[in-house]
Design a binder for this molecule. Structure first.
Ligand SMILES: Cc1ncc(COP(=O)(O)O)c(C=O)c1O
Length: 393
């Protein structure tokens, strides 16, 4: 399907649907609920038809009692991982978690004690730092560095901070939200090598694993260097970003390590997490089985949205739009044209746009914004023009 047809068929007005992005912005944007919503990471497109059909079929039963995960659910995920990520995931490596963020909390609690140090790489998805702080662990930040307009890991600082703070756990974001990097195998190999050397366990948040552009290749953490590190990795992923079904609350926790798996099982018992939402199981399974062409079309829309936003914003030579290697989240540096303290006023008050402000991802993000591209092209173009005009004003 071409992008025009995809947008016509799946694009939807989500206003007044209790969408967090559309109807829940007042809390984060000074009481305003009239901004153009380009923040929360979900999409303004209906999910694949087969996922809707699977939900309708289950809904028509009329009985929603305690429900097992369908036998075929994990199998659909395993097949997807094999096909898209060249990874042979075994059934016994998979645990259910409601969300990737709740998975992070579960792993932190299962593997560390209050006061233990956990390292993250900022700017990064802010629930990572919340999870560390809310579980009373010590937050250690290792800033990514901008090398000629592309972010890289600062591994010397990473290793030094691990040693100095006796770090126990590392939370990797792969692909990385918000800087849209798809880490190469070599980069992952190097960072994992440091972790292993210092007995640091790795949480790999791969929720954006299927949103990859151009020639970039997502390398799922358990297969880096032919699986050399897989005993020290717990990978988290979901069909939620891939197929826009985040509200259904079904995610996967994967580890090849028997020892880590047992600790996770203990924690899951302790947290009384047993089974997921039956609607979510069915939607995820149907999407994995039948949604691949929907995903390919969705990615084309994102790619075009990125190109058009970049073209509009580059009319002001002082705005830097980072390459979109993965995710549908575009990272933009406004520091050359807007004083960092003025970004909220310019973007929110003058342009009338709700974005994720850079400092939400860590102090080093101040002066940047993150724009969600998973919406109709007209809205992306409108937002580009609004930002240009507001910066001019
Ligand atoms: C990197 C990353 N991890 C996790 C999540 C949220 O996952 P969940 O809704 O499954 O908790 C997001 C959502 O934006 C994300 O970008």
């Amino acid at each position: 399907m071409n992008t025009h047809d995809f947008v016509q068929k799946y694009g939807i007005n989500r206003k007044d649907t209790d969408s967090v992005k559309w109807d829940g912005m007042a809390k984060s944007f000074d009481g305003r609920n009239d901004l153009v919503p380009m923040w929360v990471a979900d999409a303004d497109f209906k999910c694949p038809d087969e996922a809707v059909q699977a939900i309708e079929n289950f809904a028509s039963l009329g009985v929603y009692g305690y429900t097992l995960a369908p036998q075929t659910y994990k199998q659909a995920f395993i097949e997807w991982e094999r096909k898209r990520h060249h990874y042979e995931c075994r059934e016994e490596w998979i645990r259910f978690v409601p969300g990737v963020v709740s998975g992070i909390y579960i792993i932190i609690k299962a593997l560390t004690n209050p006061g233990d140090a956990v390292i993250i790489q900022t700017p990064v998805y802010y629930p990572f730092s919340d999870a560390v702080k809310n579980t009373r662990r010590k937050l250690i930040t290792n800033e990514l560095v901008d090398n000629n307009g592309r972010y890289e890991m600062n591994l010397d600082d990473f290793e030094q901070k691990i040693i100095e703070n006796d770090v126990k756990l590392y939370i990797l974001c792969s692909p990385h939200n918000p800087v849209a990097r798809v880490w190469s195998e070599q980069e992952l190999d190097r960072v994992f090598d440091i972790c292993i050397k210092h007995n640091v366990t790795i949480i790999a948040d791969e929720i954006h694993q299927d949103l990859i552009f151009g020639d970039h290749k997502h390398i799922t953490s358990p297969i880096v260097s032919q699986g050399k590190y897989s005993d020290s990795i717990i990978m988290l992923t979901s069909a939620s970003k891939t197929f826009n079904i985040a509200g259904l609350q079904n995610s996967f926790l994967v580890t090849a390590s028997i020892e880590l798996g047992e600790k996770i099982d203990e924690e899951l018992k302790y947290d009384a997490i047993h089974t997921g939402n039956p609607f979510g199981y069915r939607a995820a399974e149907a999407a994995y089985r039948y949604g691949e062409s929907w995903l390919e079309d969705f990615l084309k829309v994102i790619e075009e949205n990125y190109q058009s936003l970049k073209m509009i914003l580059s009319q002001d030579g002082r705005i830097h739009v980072y390459p979109l290697e993965g995710t549908y989240l575009c990272w933009v540096d406004l520091r050359e044209c807007v004083f960092p303290d003025d970004v909220h006023r310019v973007v929110q008050d003058i342009a009338g746009v709700a974005v994720d402000f850079g400092e939400w991802f860590g102090d080093c993000g101040k002066g940047f914004i993150r724009i969600n591209l998973a919406t109709i092209p007209e809205r992306v173009q409108d937002v580009g023009k609004r930002l240009l005009n507001a910066i001019d004003a």
